[in-house]
Design a protein around this ligand. Structure first.
Ligand SMILES: *[C@@H]1O[C@H](CO)[C@@H](O)[C@H](O)[C@H]1NC(C)=O
Ligand SMILES: *[C@@H]1O[C@H](CO)[C@@H](O)[C@H](O)[C@H]1NC(C)=O
Length: 136
């Protein structure tokens, strides 16, 4: 996904308004403004519904720091915002398992990107069985 400069300016404004700390955040801004939103990351515990995917796609979904980063560099992607591959938490019918899996998935994603926030950000996965719990 390529964003027009006006979209980036809007994103920057929204970030600045909602989370002032993001305005001071350092990221790999090469000046070309390419940010990718990837709902294409996962951990083995949520890969069950993706059992039919090829070994290569499975490896690509699990990876962050190897082929994903190499392909980002090859394609001029400065920064990638990762989120859990569909169906992720939405595929879990038990409220308690969905809540605990969301926490586990979010903790793992945060941990995995923590040594390269210059290139990666992330969106949390939420269990919406209990909106109050999801908001906390
Ligand atoms: C910044 O991104 C470019 C690709 O857009 C890449 O070639 C370069 O290696 C990146 N720099 C770092 C420090 O990750
Ligand atoms: C971050 O940690 C992963 C896993 O250990 C490693 O493969 C990667 O090279 C590290 N990235 C940086 C920028 O240190």
């Amino acid at each position: 996904m390529r964003l027009a400069p006006s979209s980036l300016a809007l994103l920057g404004s929204i970030s600045f308004i909602t989370t002032p700390c993001l305005a001071r955040r350092k990221w790999n801004d090469t000046g070309r403004g390419t940010i990718a939103f990837e709902e294409n990351w996962g951990v083995p515990e949520i890969m069950g519904p993706l059992a039919g995917v090829s070994a290569q796609l499975r490896a690509d979904i699990l990876d962050i720091h190897n082929q994903r980063l190499r392909r980002m560099d090859e394609n001029g992607i400065d920064f990638m915002i990762l989120s859990c591959a569909t169906p992720c938490i939405q595929g879990i019918s038990s409220p308690s398992i969905a809540a605990s899996t969301a926490k586990s998935v979010n903790d793992q994603l945060a941990s995995q990107i923590s040594n390269n926030t210059f290139r990666f950000g992330a969106l949390a996965a939420l269990s919406m069985h209990d909106p109050l719990e999801a908001g906390m």
